[in-house]
Write a new protein. Structure first.
Length: 602
């Protein structure tokens, strides 16, 4: 039992602040979660606030301190580590049967978990036998992982007080990695948003990413990927440096929260099938490459039982879906993100935004152009940040003051990079567009996507402070929230026990009987996405765009064929759901066939 992990699911990173405090809330119950370490000023604010609330000494790290970004990140992660270690120590000192955190730890487990089965036998035990089982259960207790996320594309270069560019290791992503590497955590960094060679190579500078004399790796690497090819490319790049990827975290391209990295119509089921078929080969390839590199570096080799893990996240909404994914694709775990936004015991969502989520209609969740990264971004139409963005436009003050500058990459008008959601950039861009397009209708059409850009740096972090009774700096209280489409089917505020019970099939908190299966929903999202892409059709490149559409449609049809075969052979869900899936796949196929590049239609 000691080797078993407590839970089969984890809570992925959500925004900059929504899961920033999640380890403090749920790690004591054995639930793993992921913290964003991209906003060091927010982490410093949270360490200050939580230290005061918990009565912990706090020594500030000023932004002008040398290497302050990395030091602030290290300090916050060490704070989490210390507090959660104390939480676990307190739980182990508690008595069973008193309705405390000790009981809750085991009550949250799946009914099939050996520790849960043993826990439920306690009521029948007495004397020495009970004492022995109680100790056995307490020995099983361990905290959930406190993993961290670095979005690889958020890697702005930084400057000193004199405006001189700092060396590469002081960029945002590399500084964040250094902050994690120098912390006391025995945990993983989740690299998301694709390959960043400089960042990946920088991990070589830290011994904690390599096996020690016992073969143990203190700091592990998890790659969030959208398909098998990207997993192989990134995995081999790291392995050739002696860096082991302990887990590939597969995420649906569109049926997810936050930034949406759409594939060319390749659906989740076929992607998971490819990982399942090639898992052993992938593991062998990466082990061999990694050990060769470790040998050349004269470092200890990987342990013979080292196996990469495969997990999936994005759009999972029922216990049936979760169980099927785990069993059929032989996964090591699943990620449940957006539904936990409705669980105050797990995440930090301010009351105003929480009520907006509770009352949101399906149409309120949409794939926006809000992110300055130029990547589509899941958004909520009724959020306070959307209200603020529109208000600024109405007042002829479009854009953000841009204080944090994490997404300052554009040099279209300036020598020093600026953010495309900043007031400075939008003023310059709108002036250019007015000169190009004198027609009002044409101007408005051309500027719609430009004006959709929003300051997600401030908005994604604000709730962490607001829920702790603090006002964000400069009173920037507008909240950006980025739930996946799946959240449309969860309506209400839930307790941690209710959400975890729902995941494990103890009961259901979902009352929307019209919710399509996650495989169907993702397909529908891709069809809608392709139709919208028609707006991006380039007249000067008709052949290229037509080829893109043909490939996209072919991948979708191939995915539907895979699902149709799958549901004929395997009971992926209830009989009622399978019959609905058959009809929905057939209807969507007809919809795909009708899609064509407008200018090429007679």
């Amino acid at each position: 039992m000691q080797e078993l992990k407590s839970h089969s699911f984890h809570i992925p990173v959500m925004g900059l602040g929504y899961t920033l405090e999640t380890p403090l809330k749920v790690a004591k119950y054995g639930i793993s979660s992921v913290v964003s370490i991209m906003d060091d000023s927010l982490l410093e604010d949270m360490r200050r606030v939580k230290s005061r609330i918990l009565g912990v000494p706090y020594l500030p790290i000023d932004a002008k301190t040398n290497d302050s970004r990395a030091k602030r990140i290290t300090a916050y992660l060490n704070f989490l580590h210390d507090q959660i270690t104390q939480q676990i120590d307190r739980i182990k000192q508690q008595l069973f049967g008193e309705g405390n955190d000790l009981d809750t730890y085991f009550e949250l487990l799946s009914d099939k978990h050996p520790a849960k089965v043993l826990f439920e036998k306690l009521i029948m035990l007495k004397g020495a036998e009970r004492t022995q089982v109680e100790q056995q259960l307490k020995n099983f207790i361990r905290p959930g992982n406190i993993d961290v996320n670095i979005m690889t594309k958020v890697d702005k270069l930084n400057y000193d007080v004199n405006g001189e560019e700092l060396p590469r290791e002081f960029s945002d992503a590399l500084s964040a990695l250094r902050g994690f590497a120098e912390s006391n955590l025995n945990a993983s960094v989740v690299f998301s948003a694709g390959m960043n060679p400089a960042l990946f190579s920088y991990a070589e500078q830290f011994d904690s990413f390599f096996p020690d004399s016992k073969g143990e790796i203190q700091k592990r690497i998890i790659l969030k990927v959208s398909d098998y090819r990207s997993a192989m490319i990134q995995g081999r790049f790291l392995a050739k440096k002696g860096l082991w990827v302990s887990e590939f975290r597969i995420e649906s391209g569109l049926n997810c929260g936050g930034h949406a990295f759409a594939t060319d119509g390749i659906l989740l089921g076929p992607i998971l099938e490819e990982f399942k078929e090639n898992r052993e080969a992938l593991n062998a390839t990466l082990v061999e490459a990694c050990n060769q590199a470790l040998l050349s570096k004269k470092k200890p080799l990987l342990l013979s039982n080292e196996k990469l893990k495969i997990t999936v996240q994005g759009g999972i909404g029922t216990a049936n879906e979760d169980e099927f994914l785990m069993d059929h694709y032989q996964l090591d775990g699943t990620g449940w993100g957006s539904p936990f936004l409705m669980v105050p015991e797990a995440t930090n969502v301010d009351d105003y935004t929480l009520q907006k989520l509770v009352n949101a209609k399906k149409s309120d969740y949409y794939l926006s152009h809000a992110s300055p990264l130029g990547i589509r971004f899941n958004n909520l139409r009724t959020s306070s940040s959307e209200d603020q963005r529109k208000s600024r436009i109405d007042k002829d003050r479009a854009g953000s003051p841009c204080y944090k500058k994490f997404l300052s990459f554009n040099t279209e008008f300036t020598e020093k990079p600026i953010c495309t959601a900043s007031r400075q950039y939008l003023n310059l861009k709108l002036k250019e567009m007015k000169e190009k397009f004198s027609d009002v209708m044409e101007f408005e059409k051309r500027t719609e996507k430009i004006l959709a850009k929003d300051c997600i740096c401030e908005g994604l972090g604000a709730p962490a402070l607001i829920t702790n009774g603090e006002t964000p700096a400069r009173n920037l209280t507008a909240v950006t929230i980025c739930p996946g489409p799946n959240l449309a089917y969860f309506s209400g505020v839930f307790s941690l026990k209710e959400m975890v019970g729902h995941i494990y099939g103890k009961f259901s908190i979902m009352h929307d009987t019209d919710r399509p299966h996650m495989f169907v929903k993702e397909l529908q999202l891709y069809v809608s996405y392709l139709k919208e892409e028609m707006d991006n059709y380039l007249v000067e490149q008709p052949a290229k765009f037509e080829a893109y559409v043909d490939k996209f449609k072919a991948n979708l049809k191939e995915g539907v064929a895979y699902y149709q075969k799958l549901i004929e052979e395997i009971p992926v869900d209830t009989e009622e759901m399978i019959n609905r899936m058959k009809n929905q796949f057939q209807a969507t196929l007809a919809e795909i066939e009708e899609i064509a590049v407008p200018s090429l239609v007679d």
